[in-house]
Structure formats: C-alpha cells, structure tokens
Design a protein around this ligand. Structure first.
Ligand code: F6P
Length: 362
C-alpha cells in the first residue's frame, strides 16, 4: 500500500485554511508521491469516519478561497463529544478511544492538524496518549497561539477591520459622531490593536488592559476641545471596564467555549449616559472570518502547509510549524497549547499606540 498522510481543519474557520490544504496536497503528492486523506469537520470526521481523498486537481483553485473545503466544527471535542442517542437525547461522551482506533485503521504516515488553541490541545492530548504521528499548523484570526508570531487568518481579519474603520471615519466625521466598532479576538487584543493602529482609531480597548470609562470620555472631550468632533473607537469583544466583567452572550460548557459579544453596546450606553455625544456601534462579527485570504495569509498558508509535510518527512512529530522573527521554524506542540499569547501592556505595540495619541483606557 502506498504511503498516505491525513489532514483536518478544526475549530472556527478562517481565511487561509484552504491554502494550507492545497499546499499540503501538492507537496505531499508531487514531492513525495504520498496520498492525502482529508478528514471532514475536524475531529468529528475522525470519530464519524468521514474521509475524502485529496488530489492535486481537487485543490487547484483553493488558494484564493476562504473557509475550508474540509469543513470545520468548534464542537468537535473528542474528549467531551455530544453524542446523539437513538431516543434523540444528547449525551456528552469521551470518544477519544474510538478516534484513536479510527486513526490506527487509517494507517497514516502522519496527520496534520490545522487548528487554534482548542484543536491543538486535543491533538496534543492524542500525542500524549500514544498517537504520536501528529504535526500541527496554527490558524486563528485571534493570533493568540504562543508558539508562533503569526497564525493563518489573522492578517485577513485585520484587513477587514481596517477597511471597516476607513469607512466609519467618513460617516463619523460627516455626522460628528462617536463610532464604536466591536471586533473579534476572544481574550486577546491583537486584532483590535493592530487594526486600530493601521486604521487610525482614536481609542482602542483591548482585553489585556481594563479600561476606565472616564478616561475614554476624557479623550473625546480633548478631541472636541481641539475642534475635532468625531472619534473612532475599536473595542475588542473581550475588553472589559475596570471592576466590570466580560460581555458574554452565551456561557461555555465542556463542549464549547463561552460566546463573547456586547462590549460595544455596553460602552455606547456608558458614553451616552455620561455625555451629549451621539454614539453608534457596529459589530463586525463573522465578516472578519469570511471571504478571500489576503496575500500574507495565502503565503503563510502555503509555507505552513509545505513545512508541515516536511515535519512528517523528517519524523518531527509533536511539533507545529511556526513563524519566529520572520523565519519558519518547528515548535513543540505543547508550546502552542500551554498558554494564550496576549498583547503585552508594556510592549512595543502598546507604546506605539500611545505614541500616536491613541487612548487605551487604562
Ligand atoms: O477564535 C476565533 C473566533 O472568531 C473568536 O474571535 C470569536 O470569539 C469566536 O471564534 C466566535 O466563534 P463562533 O464562530 O462559534 O461564533
């Protein structure tokens, strides 16, 4: 039987996943003559045994397409999996043993797991349990994986937010309004701060710095005092006021993470109650995860995909492809899952924001 490798994409989708699938398939087939099996919907497909053969022909148009042709699921936790019983009830089961058996049956030379912190921590658990032939590719618009400077999807999300901020500038100015834009990123402020810098926002609120509403309002007063009667505020979904909590839409449980949302609405209410300013808020939501990947993410996806195949060829299992100071490197998988990479409140990015007068609220 010929050598074959597998690939799955898990967790929330993002632009660039298809680029990874394409690069893996092309490099594995053309350079090594390996077959490539796509596992559908993340670890769900491993449990349900939903596979598809990936050929060079099938992946030829994928580079510029957003989403993932393999599908993804952010409820596919094999260690706490919602199993539908014959009577329609759903019970949470640990299905990891069955996944390990299916993996053994697939008899893969290596499995490439493309994921964020959740998916990568499942992969790491499988490695610890003896499914050692796994390597990882980091993806998430949140850019919060400690192992790498950049994850696939982040730069596209930032570009989407910058485009939105550019549009909000003109309407905010015309109507002399405070425009708040809520962006994703979960507990990390990378999207908010990077896009805030690139879009020329006046206030940026990130999860790593609890904000004082009085300071934010003072920033608007200062701008008005200088004759500038509009402001752009970027608020990360995970930002919270000093002494206050996160804005949560749905609580998490063993099968899923909590769903954040409402930070912009909360802030708008606080500003309106304390001032005469007119405030509007925009929640960009999943627009940040959809559509075509930007050039950076296409390139990164291709480099990561090729490197992941090479990690298998070199027998460097239990590692993820990563970017460090502009170079592609292999980092141990546990480095990708131990803790989230957060914005350093005393770091260069924050200092730069302060340097150009952006109010960070704390
Ligand atoms: O982790 C990626 C991400 O887009 C977060 O920024 C966001 O909080 C979350 O996923 C949204 O998840 P869902 O697609 O389940 O609404």
């Amino acid at each position: 039987m010929s050598t074959r490798i597998g690939i799955l994409t898990g967790g929330g989708d993002c632009p660039g996943l298809n680029g990874v699938i394409r690069a893996v398939t092309l490099h594995a087939r053309q350079t090594y003559g390996w077959e490539v099996v796509g596992i559908r919907n993340g670890f769900e497909g491993l449990y349900e045994e939903e596979y598809t053969d990936l050929t060079s022909r099938e992946v030829q148009y994928l580079l510029s397409r957003g989403g993932t042709m393999l599908g993804s699921s952010n409820r596919a936790n094999p260690f706490a999996y919602p199993v539908k019983l014959p009577d329609g009830r759903v019970e949470i089961h640990d299905v990891s043993t069955r996944c390990m058996e299916n993996l053994a049956r697939l008899d893969l030379h290596g499995l490439i797991v493309v994921g964020g912190d959740g998916t990568m921590s499942f992969a790491h658990k499988f490695v610890e349990r003896g499914a050692t032939r796994i390597v990882g590719v980091p993806k998430t618009i949140d850019n919060d994986l400690e192992a790498t400077d950049y994850t696939v999807g982040f730069q596209t999300a930032v570009q989407v937010v910058v485009d939105a901020i550019d549009r909000l500038h003109t309407t905010a100015e015309s109507h002399e309004r405070i425009m708040i834009v809520e962006v994703m990123g979960r507990y990390a402020g990378w999207i908010a701060l990077t896009a805030g810098l690139a879009g020329g926002a006046h206030v940026v609120l990130i999860p790593e710095i609890d904000y004082d509403p009085a300071r934010v309002i003072e920033a608007f007063h200062r701008r008005h005092g200088r004759g500038v009667s509009y402001s752009i505020v970027v608020v990360a979904e995970g930002a919270k006021p000093k002494g206050g909590g996160l804005s949560v839409v749905t609580a998490g449980d063993v099968t899923k993470q909590e769903k954040l949302g409402g930070a912009a609405t909360h802030l708008a209410r606080v500003i309106e109650q304390a001032t005469e300013y007119e405030v509007r808020s925009t929640v960009l939501g999943h627009i940040q995860r959809g559509g075509a990947p930007c050039a950076f993410d296409r390139e990164l996806a291709t480099r990561f995909g090729v490197r992941a195949v090479e990690l298998i060829a070199e027998g460097k299992f239990g590692h993820v492809a990563a970017v460090e100071n502009g170079h592609l490197v292999a980092r141990p998988m546990d480095k990708a899952v131990k803790k989230l990479k957060l914005v350093d409140p005393a770091g260069e990015l924050v200092r730069t924001a302060k340097g150009v007068g952006i109010e960070l609220g704390g």
